[in-house]
Each structure stands twice: as structure tokens, then as C-alpha cells.
Design a protein around this ligand. Structure first.
Ligand code: F0G
Length: 357
């Protein structure tokens, strides 16, 4: 274990304060984020053909996504600077996380979301935490533009990943992976939307390498949905489309950070189709016991596709499971649920339903 890290401390701020912009005036708030499991693959590893495949279960964070790592830092810094309100644009998870931390810290919270394109579980979280929700007839990209304009005009802190404190918090996931594996993996796979997370992971791996906590840095393999793949095509997508609503983004704010991570790591950012995402979503649920949201499955879909053409033999690979399947129950029901026909509470009928007769 690196000496700078306090493994038993609660929360990202406390645990990684030496590696974060934490001052004596920063409130060490927490909802217990970070320290998420790194779980080895049960079945897909052999199929992919790599030496070892792990899933970093960021879905185990307090609000069910990786956003909490960055949000705890962004909200703490906003409080340190005297903010009374925070705001974000979101495809769902950022709003759920902002709402939770704001509620805990007694701040007002405003979220702008693309109407009709945010999974129900995420909206439920934001509503439950008392966020003021503004639904727009537009995309995430429109929502982010508006959130920037509003926070320029009013004393409200912007907590999207354009806020550098978000990136700082999210880089701690890289530290955890290295701490658990004893070194950096060879390949890190993750879904790319607004591109803050790939930027943050890369920053974390580079910092740990520079501090000699790791002997290498991973190749960064990012994946966008084919209907929302501006970084892959090299130009913004005016009307992004994908069932993976979390990454339905046409003009990522951290575009440069993503291409820097890709190029400096010798990695790649490629596209996966919605059909490939759904296959990975099903395989994760039914072969690995991991229920994630479709956006998270995109990186596993991408790994499975790229492993056909790239040599992954002998490589240690980590796929980041960015958000919980519980966020998007409608997708799960649409994908997996048979029409349920209730039967009378009789043994023979239950046996019949179970296929035992
Ligand atoms: N996976 C999930 C589950 C997400 O919610 C997001 C982004 C990503 C991957 C992509 O991460 O944007 O850093 O490249 N969700 C944002 C939101 C946009 O508003 O919740 P990114």
C-alpha cells in the first residue's frame, strides 16, 4: 500500500486528501464513496482471451455511479468557496449525485436534463433528494451550454466535469485499481460520453506512475455508442442517438482530454452499436452476475469486439462498470422480461410454471 493513502478512512476526500486539492478549509464530507470492488471475471475472460479481466464496480458507489467520486470533491470545494447552490446538466447520473451531496450539505441544487432521454431511476433519485429539475426539449449538449451560461451569471457552482475538481475526485479510481492489482493494468476500458472520466482516469494513472506507485500506464480504450460517436468521427454529432442514454452526447466538453489520453497511452476510442451494447448488457447480467446500465456495458461490448482484432493475450484488462442496472429498470424489463401471467397459488401450477412437469 502506498504510504500516502489511508485505506481505512471513509470516503474519497479523507482517503486521498494528500493527492487531492484538499486544504484545511475543505469540509471532509462523504457519503461513503470510493473503495469500490474490483471483481475478476467469471466467464468472459476466457472468451476475450486476455490474461486477466476485472470489472471495477463503480455501480457500488452511494448513488450507484462513478460520479460520486468527483461530486464529493466538487461539492466540498464549492462549500469551501461559500457556495449556497450547485448546478449541473446531466444525462442522469450527475444529477443524481449532485442532488444527493447537495441534500446532505444543505445546498440548493438545480439540474438541467434532456426531456425524455433520462432513465427513470436517475430522475427518481434527483426528485427524491429535492433537486429543482429543469427538463429541456434539447440534448445534453444544449443543457450543458445553458448550465454554463446560468452559472456565469449567478452565484451558483457548476458541478459538471468541466469543473476541474470533478476530474480530481474521479482520478482516485485509478489509484484504487493500482493499489489492488499492485500495478497498473495493461488496458483500461471505459465508456465515453462527455469524456470527463477517461480524462480523469488517465490523470490518475499518470500521477501514480510519476510517484512510482506503478511501473507502467495502461492503454486507454474508450468506447462511444455508434449513434453518438463524435470523437470517433472527429466532428460533433448534432443529434446523438443511442439507447445508452448516459452517453448520448454529441459534443463532449472534455474532447481534448479524451484524445490526449488516447494518444499518450497508445490507446483507441472506437464505436460500438446499440446491438453490441445489448449483447454485452445481457452477458454481464447472465454470465457474470453484474447488472449494469447499458452505457456501462458499452466498454465490455467494445472489449469483446476489439479482442477479435487486437492481441490481448497475456494482458491484464480492467473494464469500468460506471453505473448500476437499477438506474434503468425500463431497459431491463424491455430486454429480459417475459409477459408475466399470474397463476393460482397451487403447487401443481407452480411446478408447471417452473417447467418441472
Ligand atoms: N457511464 C455512465 C453510467 C454515465 O452516466 C456517463 C456519463 C458515462 C459513462 C460517460 O462518462 O461523460 O465522463 O465520459 N454521464 C454524464 C451524466 C454525462 O450527466 O450523468 P463521461
Amino acid at each position: 500500500m502506498p504510504t500516502t493513502v489511508e485505506p481505512h478512512a471513509t470516503g474519497v476526500l479523507e482517503r486521498y486528501k494528500a493527492l487531492l486539492p484538499v486544504t484545511d478549509a475543505t469540509p471532509l464530507i462523504t457519503l461513503g464513496e470510493g473503495a469500490t470492488p474490483l471483481v475478476r471475471s467469471a466467464r468472459l475472460e476466457a472468451e476475450v482471451g486476455c490474461e486477466a479481466l476485472y470489472f471495477k464496480l463503480e455501480s457500488c458507489n452511494p448513488t450507484g455511479s462513478f460520479k460520486d467520486r468527483g461530486m464529493v470533491v466538487a461539492v466540498a470545494k464549492a462549500m469551501e468557496q461559500g457556495a449556497k447552490a450547485v448546478m449541473c446538466a446531466s444525462t442522469g447520473n450527475t444529477s443524481a449525485s449532485a442532488a444527493a451531496y447537495a441534500a446532505r450539505c444543505g445546498l440548493d441544487v438545480y439540474v438541467i436534463v434532456p426531456h425524455g432521454n433520462i432513465a427513470e431511476g436517475k430522475l427518481a433519485q434527483a426528485v427524491a433528494h429535492g433537486a429543482r429539475i429543469i427538463a429541456i426539449e434539447g440534448s445534453f449538449d444544449d443543457a450543458l451550454r445553458l448550465a454554463r451560461e446560468i452559472t456565469d451569471r449567478y452565484p451558483i457552482a457548476l458541478v459538471n466535469s468541466v469543473n476541474p475538481h470533478r476530474i480530481e475526485g474521479q482520478k482516485t479510481a485509478s489509484f484504487e485499481i493500482v493499489d489492488v492489482l499492485g500495478d497498473a493494468p495493461d488496458i483500461l476500458c471505459l465508456p465515453v460520453g462527455n469524456a470527463g472520466n477517461i480524462t480523469a482516469y488517465w490523470k490518475g494513472f499518470v500521477e501514480y506512475y510519476q510517484q512510482e506507485q506503478a511501473t507502467k500506464k495502461p492503454m486507454m480504450w474508450g468506447f462511444q455508442a455508434s449513434g453518438a460517436a463524435p470523437i470517433v468521427s472527429g466532428e460533433p454529432v448534432p443529434e446523438p442517438k443511442t439507447l445508452a442514454t448516459a452517453i448520448r452526447i454529441g459534443n463532449p466538453a472534455s474532447w481534448q482530454g479524451a484524445t490526449d489520453a488516447r494518444d499518450a497511452s497508445g490507446g483507441a476510442i472506437t464505436a460500438v452499436t446499440d446491438a453490441e451494447i445489448l449483447i454485452a448488457y445481457r452477458r454481464l447480467a447472465q454470465d457474470e452476475g453484474i447488472f449494469c446500465e447499458p452505457a456501462s456495458a458499452a466498454c465490455v461490448a467494445g472489449l469483446m469486439t476489439r479482442a477479435n482484432s487486437e492481441d490481448v493475450a497475456g494482458k491484464t484488462v480492467v473494464c469500468v462498470i460506471t453505473g448500476s442496472g437499477l438506474k434503468d429498470p425500463e431497459r431491463a424489463m424491455a430486454e429480459f422480461a417475459p409477459e408475466l401471467q399470474p397463476v393460482a397459488p397451487e403447487l401443481s401450477l407452480v411446478e408447471q410454471e417452473m417447467g418441472l412437469q
